[in-house]
Ligand binder design. Structure first.
Ligand SMILES: [Zn+2]
Length: 237
């Protein structure tokens, strides 16, 4: 998660000066919101919805084919190994953007649509914390979980415990929160660093995977629903 300086103003000005033409994909989300009698977000508020950005990914990738369980593989092992792979990729992106995401720039862990992510402490209390602290908590939690042989056994013949899927759902919720924060708070920095194609492909793949195995509640993905619709339009072949 990262900070909000550098190009924010310039990018917003550029977005305002070059609004999407009628019929461009970026308008679809706005129309949808209008139908729900909500105020449609401008592209300046959500630069990640601009067609020039949302259409960029790391080449043609069939996220549905990548996500589907390969014939002959164990479903639980497939989900666990993908959870680990997504964790590593989100870690890399968060690490690369950590210079932008500080306790000063992001005193609260936020997502699009005024979403605030609270950390639940060991006593079950919801705690408001900075974005980098939330990322630290989440990544430490996930790493501990994924390396726990009791939860994610790596030895041949060791079964996955009953209910492990609920822990996997938790893992994907945290990973999604961190990507949502990057889009909401640091997309301008990410564009400057030319990392947005990777971020787009990663989110498109992660969302497709979670849809395939029902790992994220619609309420979790709702803050990025407009972006997800656009990304799957461009990146799910
Ligand atoms: Zn941040």
């Amino acid at each position: 998660m990262g900070g909000c300086h550098s190009l924010g103003g310039a990018t917003k000005a550029a977005a305002a000066a070059t609004p999407a033409k009628k019929g461009e994909f970026s308008d679809i989300a706005a129309h949808k919101l209008n139908n729900n009698s909500k105020v449609a977000p401008s592209l300046a508020e959500k630069p990640y919805l601009r067609k020039a950005y949302v259409s960029e990914g790391i080449g043609p990738v069939d996220t549905r084919a990548l996500s589907a369980l390969p014939r002959g593989l164990d479903r639980a092992e497939w989900i666990a190994s993908n959870a680990l792979a997504f964790f590593k990729l989100v870690s890399l992106l968060c690490g690369a953007t950590s210079e932008f995401c500080t306790t000063r720039s992001c005193p609260t862990a936020t997502g699009p649509g005024n979403k605030t992510y609270y950390w639940t402490d060991e006593h079950g209390r919801k705690v408001k914390c900075s974005a980098p602290l939330y990322a630290d908590y989440a990544m430490s939690y996930i790493q501990e979980l994924l390396t726990d042989e009791e939860v994610f056994p790596t030895r041949a013949g060791c079964p996955f415990p009953t209910g492990y899927i609920f822990l996997v759902q938790k893992v994907f919720s945290y990973l999604f929160h961190m990507l949502a924060h990057l889009y909401e708070a640091h997309f301008d920095n990410i564009v400057v660093a030319e990392m947005h194609p990777h971020l787009n492909t990663l989110l498109a793949h992660l969302v497709t995977f979670t849809q395939e195995f029902e790992l994220l509640e619609p309420s979790e993905t709702a803050p990025l629903e407009d972006l997800i619709t656009a990304l799957l339009h461009f990146h799910s072949t």
